[in-house]
Design a protein around this ligand. Structure first.
Ligand SMILES: Nc1ncnc2c1ncn2[C@@H]1O[C@H](COP(=O)(O)OP(=O)(O)O)[C@@H](O)[C@H]1O
Ligand SMILES: C=C(OP(=O)(O)O)C(=O)O
Ligand SMILES: [Ca+2]
Ligand SMILES: [Mn+2]
Length: 655
């Protein structure tokens, strides 16, 4: 603009004459003006209503019959889920975030049946009955991000778009705090006592803990409710409801369970199973059966699970897995703690293994379709994934070695307990400051070659993964059926000792069915089912050591992931089925003489140990540990075939 033209000199200073400039003022008229007169109006333009994830119930909808009825039914069902067992009615629930609600909400208040003899005869009005509980129902990942960032300290968006969260004091599962209600039915059916993961509690104590969780949840301003499915097998699908205090938990389960379509959600009805996750709110140590402030309680008769005093999200997914380990075998379907993938020709492989042995890593294979990374069912029709997402370990994760998992850590993914740089928010996957058990939970479709629906034909290969920190098990061996059963029931892996004071002894862990923490019946029940299915389908068993080679932990080194992948490739392709084998001493394992892409000298572990005596000594030591562990199973028959039982007992180490 020509300022100088309009200037007159006055006392040496330029005087600006604005009048004359009026016509010349620069207007930016290039954009159409906004259609709002106030900021509120502007903001109201930004967001449009949608179903079913709109958090605020539209009061106008009441006049349109069915839609509103459905909404009301949904809220009544949630109010019933959250009902105290000692008061007349469920809490006053209302949909939506209280922070966003301007008008007085329309309240739904479900009355519920008297389920308990101590129920008062008439209702005393209580403070809790006067308050609203706001329900954030099946929110989207974007909404849950906002909730987490606003309300939960330790929530951040990382540079790749994932939601970083902290799980609080617990960064892993608490198996010693798991309780299962022992009633007339379960006392007969389930596996109790030594070695069993099922630690008993009575019905009354369960109700005390349930009431504690429900009262805590209803005392909050808002709770998150997820209605989702388990199991991709349409005949054996389960409806689950997860009630939780944190957006982090809601997003975790959104990713891990099967996500309903809007139509499925609208017709969801009553859930088959409900989790009450009170997170950080502890149990009362004066309560019978409680030995810490954490309690994870399963009541099969009530179809409910209560979580008190832990925010570790894995409790929810593994709690549901325990449930499946009860329900599925009753329908002659075998539940499996395994990953699962399928080749282009439809050949399916199962990857059994304890935590950290490679189920997620090895089932995520760029050349194969991923069916699932952790929990499956094997029915007469084939395999199905129980879940809708994966839960990968991220310690030392690298883009080069695990590109598919790396790329899945993007918007929508929950990243637990990782450390990141404060400014750019780049995650340092090598950092163990919070825990070594850092995790990423993402929907299965974040893996590019996920097979959706996550089902497949009968398995051709059953791969047992053991991370042997003693370094004496071969990188791969072919198993006969009896050996497969022996190793399946043993469920061996090794944990490495704390890394602080130099080299320490690795400790052997034996976990029946490669998941003793989650089984409900005696291990031999699952083993018999597996034997029958493998025999019928002609599946081959393999033992793969993803642990140490060339010495035990401390002197040897971990078998290269690249080598393990070549071994797995050779199993899938059929190359290994027809290879030449040599039998090892002590364990009697058949090891291949060569595999494409793998140095032949590593195939027999004795070659990799500089000190052969130390190798033999360690081998015998592990053999004794196997023997000792198997003692408790020697009196059990496996299936109806007594020959098989004999063969299984003979399939262990021989020395
Ligand atoms: N040879 C190997 N085979 C498999 N995993 C390996 C190997 N070497 C190192 N790893 C690492 O071990 C971990 C295996 O964990 P994961 O696949 O999550 O186990 P799971 O799913 O059975 O709990 C990953 O962090 C992986 O990178
Ligand atoms: C989440 C778990 O499973 P995994 O380590 O096998 O993925 C767990 O055992 O808590
Ligand atoms: Ca596990
Ligand atoms: Mn896993």
């Amino acid at each position: 603009m020509a300022l100088n033209n309009g200037m007159a000199m006055n006392n040496g200073l330029a005087k600006i004459e604005t009048q004359k400039l009026k016509e010349e003022i620069c207007h930016d008229d290039s954009a159409v003006p906004v259609k709002a007169h106030t900021l509120d109006e502007l903001h109201s333009l930004q967001v449009k209503k949608s179903n079913p994830n709109t958090p605020i119930i539209d009061l106008q909808q009441t006049i349109f019959g069915s839609e509103a009825d459905k909404n009301k039914q949904q809220l009544e069902s949630i109010s019933a889920s959250l009902a105290s067992l000692t008061r007349e009615t469920g809490p006053k629930v209302v949909r939506g975030d209280p922070a966003k609600q301007a008008e007085t909400p329309k309240v739904v208040h479900a009355s519920h049946q008297h389920q308990h003899q101590h129920t008062p005869q008439f209702s005393n009005i209580t403070d809790s009955a006067l308050k609203f509980t706001h329900i954030l129902y099946n929110l989207s990942p974007a909404e849950l991000y906002e909730q987490a960032i606003q309300n939960e300290k330790g929530s951040f968006i990382t540079s790749s778009g994932a939601l970083a969260t902290l799980s609080g004091a617990k960064t892993g599962r608490s198996p010693r705090d798991k309780r299962v209600v022992k009633d007339d039915t379960t006392s007969e059916e389930l596996w109790w006592g030594k070695g069993s993961p099922n630690i008993e509690m009575d019905e009354q104590t369960f109700l005390i803990n349930r009431e504690r969780a429900v009262d805590y949840l209803c005392s909050l301003e808002k709770v998150y409710v997820n209605d989702q499915f388990l199991n991709w097998d349409p005949m054996n699908k389960l409806k689950v409801r997860i009630v939780s205090a944190r957006a982090y938990h809601s997003l975790f389960m959104h990713n891990m369970c099967i996500r309903p379509t809007p139509e499925e959600l609208e017709n969801f009805g009553t859930p088959d199973f409900t989790i009450y996750n009170a997170g950080k709110f502890p149990c009362n140590r004066y309560t019978h059966y409680m030995t810490s402030s954490t309690s994870i309680d399963i009541n099969l008769a009530r179809k409910e699970m209560v979580i008190l005093g832990t925010q570790y999200a894995g409790e929810m997914k593994k709690g549901l897995f325990s449930l499946m380990h009860y329900l599925m075998p009753k329908r002659q379907i075998l539940s499996l703690h395994s990953g699962c993938n399928m080749g282009k020709d439809g050949d399916v492989a199962l990857f059994f293994g304890l935590s950290g042995t490679g189920k997620t890593t090895l089932s995520t294979d760029h050349n194969r379709y991923l069916i699932g990374d952790d929990e499956h069912c094997w029915s007469d029709h084939g395999v199905s994934n129980i879940e809708g997402g994966c839960y990968a370990k991220c310690i030392d994760l690298s883009r080069e070695k695990e590109p598919d998992i790396w790329n899945a850590i993007k918007f929508g993914t929950v990243l637990e307990n990782v450390v990141f740089e404060e400014h750019i928010r780049e995650v340092d996957y090598t950092d163990k400051s919070v825990t070594e058990n850092t995790r990423a939970a993402y929907p299965i479709e974040y893996i590019p070659n996920a097979k959706i629906p996550c089902v497949g034909p009968h398995p051709k290969n059953v791969i047992l993964l053991a991370c042997d920190a003693f370094g004496v098990l071969p990188p791969v061996s072919k198993l006969n059926l009896a050996q497969t059963m022996y190793h399946f029931i043993s469920g061996y892996t090794a944990l490495v000792a704390g890394t602080e004071d130099g080299i320490k002894e690795p400790t052997a862990t034996f976990s029946a069915c490669f998941g003793a923490a989650f089984i409900m019946f005696h291990p031999t029940k699952y083993a018999a089912m597996l034997a029958e299915k493998m025999q019928k389908q002609g599946a081959t068993g393999w033992l793969v050591n993803t642990g140490w080679s060339g010495g035990s932990y401390g002197s040897g080194s971990r078998i290269k992931l690249a080598h393990t992948r070549k071994i797995i490739d050779a199993i899938h392709s059929g190359e290994l089925l027809n290879a030449n084998y040599t039998k090892t001493e002590v364990f009697g394992l058949e090891i291949p003489n060569e595999i494409k892409g793998v140095p032949s000298e590593i195939l027999d572990p004795v070659n990799t140990w500089p000190n052969k005596d130390a190798y033999k000594e360690t081998l015998l030591k592990l053999g004794r540990l196997f023997r000792k562990n198997f003692e408790v199973f020697t009196n059990h028959k496996i299936g109806t075939d007594s020959n098989l039982t004999e063969e299984i007992l003979a399939a262990g180490p021989n020395f």
